[in-house]
Design a protein around this ligand. Structure first.
Ligand code: XMP
Length: 332
């Protein structure tokens, strides 16, 4: 398959077109892989999940999925990956809880790009370590999609990236596998249609984008376990409330960021110092620019009440009204 999408390629917009694509890719993957084993870093994001489901359909247990929990996942995210793939699809799935390792390396590191580099580099190291333990792997599957290909073409032309995004590229020399990239000519909306046709849960397929460094770039400055915990809990409340009121289906990306500053508050008639939780909810087509979702005040009040009453360490809730540009979507 060439790296450029032929102009004649029809957009996959219906279950029938998705079925035809799946059938074609199942045959192509079987032909490429034969009886060899394929390794996949399964993050739980839409792209890697759809690749996993597609490859399980094509080659079953010849696919070995590795899910690395870097300790910066959202609440219950790793659990849901395990449930969907191990229990639901009988996947050959290795779960690595590397939380202590990552948080140890990140302790005291406050510069955003340094945090990203540590997370990206360590992710590869941990994944490579797991890969070395396995016997007879010949291929590496990746959830590369067409915008990634276009991005690398741009990068090759020397255009500067605003933030360094990480994926599983850059494995050490002794682990150079042949790549399996069945989604590399698809746009995101097409990947979702294929994912639903493969029977993946709607919430997984329509999951909002989540950055590779995870909550690491939302726990602003140097990450501490207590602030990370508060962020995870507050973010879970935001997501729960957005689901209840239907905003989760409408807003492109929404999350909480927690900066490393404390303000004075009062709780049970005593001084209560805590961090603010910042709500960010944006809409965009391509993440290059973004506008703000106007969240109704009654929903904001409910979220504020819940976060300040249920999350230890948070004593204020703030709303970020900044479009991109000038703010980027993430705070780091
Ligand atoms: P920014 O903050 O650059 O975000 O406006 C644009 C989109 O990219 C996501 N993002 C990342 N994704 N690794 C990723 O995989 C990263 O390091 C990273 N930084 C930002 C962000 O969530 C938004 O969807």
């Amino acid at each position: 398959m060439s790296n450029l999408r032929p102009e004649s390629m029809e957009r996959i917009t219906t279950p029938a077109l998705a079925e035809a694509f799946i059938e074609e890719q199942v045959a192509a993957v079987r032909q490429q892989v034969g009886d060899k084993k394929v390794l996949l870093a399964l993050s739980g994001g839409v792209d890697s999940s759809v690749v996993a489901a597609l490859l399980i359909k094509a080659i079953g247990k010849q696919l070995v999925c590795v899910h690395v929990n870097h300790g910066l996942m959202r609440k219950n995210e790793s659990e849901s990956v395990i449930k969907t793939f191990r229990e639901g699809l009988d996947a050959n799935l290795i779960y690595v809880d590397a939380t202590d390792h990552f948080l140890g390396l990140l302790a005291g590191v406050s510069d955003p790009e340094s945090k990203r580099k540590i997370i990206g580099k360590e992710f590869i190291t941990v994944f490579a370590e797991e890969a070395r333990k396995l016997e007879g792997i010949s291929f590496l599957a990746q959830g590369t999609i067409y915008p990634d290909i276009l991005e690398s073409i741009k990068a090759a032309e020397g255009k500067k990236a605003v933030k360094s995004h990480h994926n599983v590229g850059g494995l050490p020399e002794d682990l150079q596998f042949e790549l399996v990239e069945p989604l590399k000519l698809l746009f995101k909306d097409e990947v979702r249609v294929v994912g639903e046709a493969l029977g993946l849960p709607h919430a997984m397929v329509y999951r909002q984008p989540f950055p590779g460094p995870g909550l690491g770039v939302r726990c602003l400055g140097a990450i501490t376990r207590d602030r990370l915990h508060a962020l995870r809990e507050a973010d879970a409340i935001l997501r729960e409330e957005f689901e209840i009121c239907g905003l989760s289906e409408k807003v492109w990306q929404y999350f909480i960021a927690v900066p490393d500053i404390k303000s004075v508050g009062v709780k049970d008639e005593s001084r209560y110092e805590g961090w603010p939780a910042i709500i960010r909810a944006v809409n965009t087509k391509d993440a290059m620019s973004a506008t703000i979702e106007e969240i109704p005040y009654e929903i904001l009040h409910k979220i504020t009440y819940r976060i300040t009453h249920e999350v230890e360490g948070i004593n204020r809730v703030l709303l970020d009204l900044t479009p991109k540009p000038i703010g980027t979507i993430e705070w780091e």
